[in-house]
Design a protein around this ligand. Sequence first.
Ligand SMILES: [Cu+2]
Length: 127
Amino acid sequence: MTQSIVRRAILLVASGVLIACTSATGAGGSPPPAPSGGAVITAQGIAFDRQQLEVPAGRPFQLLFENREGAPHNVTIFDDAGQPLFVGEIFGGPASRTYDVPAIPAGAYRFRCDVHPDMAGTVVAKT
Ligand SMILES: [Cu+2]
């Protein structure tokens, strides 16, 4: 008798956790899909969550950019001469964009947010 009550309680807790998980994923729209062969970067607190991005060299790729705050951000990638190779759309969050980045040769490139130049890092394109 006591055992079945305990078992029922566990089941209730378990299903509660399941519901909590499902609604957490569903909140705020669909979770961003991971781009195939691309990279993911997040902005929060006027900072990127990483200073290095690894991307495939020599072919177009997708960069999923998740802006978790109201401040507008973007991602711009520069060549060695400081010319932009790719300029991502600037947008305020919480929102995300999947940037379609054209093919870039293997190498290391600087990237930054054009709104906040201190938000910067290195894109490493590898074959
Ligand atoms: Cu920014």
